[in-house]
Design a protein around this ligand. Sequence first.
Ligand code: FAD
Length: 370
Amino acid sequence: MKRLRIRIVGGSLAGLFAGILLQRDGHDVKIYERSSSGLAGRGAGLVGQHDLFRILRAIGCEHVARVGVVAHERIFLNRDGSVGETFRTPQTQISWDFLYSTVASHMAAGSYHIGQPVVQVIEGPESAQLLLADGRRENADLVIGADGLGSVVRPLLNEDPSNRFAGYVAWRGLIPETALPQEAAILLDRFAFYVTSGIHILGYLVPGPHGETGPGERRYNWVWYRPVAPGELQTLFIDADGRSFDYSLPRGALSEERLQTLRADAAAMLPPPFVKAIEAEPQPSIQGIFDFEAAKIASAHTALIGDAAFVVRPHTAMGVSKAAGDTLALREALLASEDLSEALSRYQKERLLVGKNIADHGRRLGASAL
Ligand SMILES: Cc1cc2nc3c(=O)[nH]c(=O)nc-3n(C[C@H](O)[C@H](O)[C@H](O)COP(=O)(O)OP(=O)(O)OC[C@H]3O[C@@H](n4cnc5c(N)ncnc54)[C@H](O)[C@@H]3O)c2cc1C
């Protein structure tokens, strides 16, 4: 493929994977990322999977996959905190922060623009155009939508671009392991679950903020899936100052009153170790669980990758790996053809079914989770 002018909307992991590889292939690439504060701290730990390892190899930072914390077994707790069942299934959690910062450092200087939201993308017969929030316009041969759930690229390709609420949310906590009190020590070094009708909580250790993996330096991550009654969703993502968010409530945004309610609910419903883990988190966040399956992920001058294309439930632990797989397929299609629209339809043909299958798998896991 000749040298293309490629503009990427969204500079989280999907956007960065695509930006780096397509830049390496000689294209003129820029990423526009809305967030100005950087994205470190957005995720906790990741389960390494095949496509993630492949892309790390392609970028030249395989060592990131070795910075992980191993959970040696899975335990299922009883309501009183005793261990009901144990399974020897070791699993490694890679550091999201270390992955993000390492990958971001591979983007060529001056081509990763943070604090620059794209407000609209327009597609014409010869090219696509980005409209940035500061009024600038940029033409591109190819615009890649790597802009997640609220993608501004998605509506160009999909008549119904809306995400569907799955009926439950994930309350999340991420604390230094040293903040866990002794009564919760059973949670360390293993995946711990408490699963019963309508209740599903799990927790595990992840590396520290800079990829630290030594005892005392790691962090404890808990995730409590909770059903949400119809009508409750409107108020769920409103912060202590009345500001409303679309899909989640970030750390530090929960009012004191709601924090106390969460702790009281935990005490009434959960085994004591998890109650303690929740009490140790002063700033829990809430992630709404949504579904989206694209009918199309490519047109003549646009393509969708990552969560912009398919939102997969967190139970799959495959969001990042799917973003990596999308990117590798898009890159291979561009390498294999001299014609852009042929390459993009090849990409769509390859990834549409994969995305659908992972999304289906996530919904099945979600149905059995609560
Ligand atoms: C709390 C949490 C925990 C997770 N844990 C895991 C896990 O353990 N394993 C796993 O595989 N996946 C996990 N995921 C999912 C995973 O992070 C995503 O699937 C993965 O990062 C791919 O996402 P993405 O880059 O496509 O989209 P996102 O990560 O959502 O990034 C989209 C980016 O686009 C930017 N953006 C949006 N709109 C605009 C705009 N108009 N202009 C410019 N920029 C814009 C956003 O600021 C954002 O940075 C988790 C997600 C969350 C929220």
